[in-house]
Design a protein around this ligand. Structure first.
Ligand SMILES: NC(=O)c1ccc[n+]([C@@H]2O[C@H](COP(=O)([O-])OP(=O)(O)OC[C@H]3O[C@@H](n4cnc5c(N)ncnc54)[C@H](O)[C@@H]3O)[C@@H](O)[C@H]2O)c1
Length: 267
């Protein structure tokens, strides 16, 4: 059911690779709620994924941008504003990748060049998106930016590896930029800390199936799905949450407040 929560709003959605992607669900819901959107992803993702199907469904243009490249990001905001006919009201940052996780290197034996890449792609890219948008004055006053995080930013999860460091930095960037952008333009910036979700990025983490099962049994409401995460993101883009900023918001069925649950210990 749609509520027209984003009627008249324009946005940029980063990170829809395929139908499983959290960003895919956010794009679908944003469109259902009346928003006009531009989709973007890295050049390789545009070749490997199925984003054009989503573009057709959501009446959106796709612009290629590597989120670690300031030049690509400038071009993205310029083109997006031309397509949408003005500044944007919301941005979804749904980007994560660790070459160390991909190559199966443990946390005590990281490849440092990969480590830099993990941080650049999964965390600094949020800084780059925000600083480009601010320089170009590309986001309307009272706009909203949401980035996706995971509870491994606060607590240790075996196998989450250097992505935990990336998420801790990501959440800190959301706070630091939330202060600056809030003071100057009333733009709010939050991270949503989502349950384990079966996606290309999610299932790359070692032991993912067991983590997902444990997390589901630990959470009183069970794991949150990608579609439920999208619903939450839509509320954060809407005018109903205008004073929520600089927060890391758990969207995890209660997992982050649990210590022990009977369902988790009963195998
Ligand atoms: N799946 C989970 O269990 C889970 C849980 C909590 C948080 N998250 C976070 O949600 C976000 C989205 O991930 P997902 O689970 O939908 O997986 P996904 O693999 O569908 O999305 C990750 C996206 O990042 C994009 N990306 C990678 N490098 C990029 C670059 N250089 N420039 C631009 N885009 C780039 C990929 O192309 C892909 O579209 C990530 O930040 C992830 O860490 C995922």
């Amino acid at each position: 059911m749609a509520y027209n929560l984003l009627k008249g709003k324009k946005g940029i959605v980063f990170g829809a690779l395929n139908e499983q992607s959290i960003a895919w669900k956010v794009a679908e819901k944003a469109f259902e709620e009346g928003a006009e959107i531009v989709l973007t992803n890295a050049p390789i993702a545009l070749r490997m994924g199925t984003i054009n199907e989503l573009a057709e469904k959501t009446n959106a243009k796709v612009i290629s941008a590597d989120a670690t490249s300031l030049e690509d990001l400038e071009n993205l905001f310029k083109e997006a504003m031309a397509i949408l006919g003005g500044k944007v009201d919301f941005v979804l940052h749904s980007i994560g990748m660790s070459p160390n996780v991909r190559k199966g290197l443990d946390y005590d034996a990281l490849n440092y060049s990969y480590y830099h890449k993990t941080l650049d792609i999964s965390a600094f890219s949020l800084h780059k998106v925000l600083s480009t948008a601010r320089k170009m004055d590309a986001i309307n006053e009272w706009g909203s930016v949401v980035a996706l995080s995971y509870v491994a930013a606060q607590r240790t999860f075996a196998g989450y590896n250097d992505m935990a460091d990336a998420k801790a930095i990501l959440e800190s960037i959301a706070r630091s930029f939330g202060y600056m952008y809030g003071r100057s333009k009333q733009i709010r910036i939050n991270t949503v800390s989502q349950s384990p979700t079966q996606t290309t990025a999610g299932s790359g983490v070692s032991g993912f199936d067991k983590l997902e099962d444990f997390s589901d049994r630990m959470s009183p409401l069970g794991n949150a799905t990608a579609a439920e995460c999208a619903d939450y993101c839509i509320t954060l883009f809407s005018d109903l949450t205008r004073k929520v900023t600089m927060q890391n918001l758990f969207h995890d069925g209660g997992f982050s407040s649990m210590g022990m649950s009977y369902r988790a210990i009963e195998q």
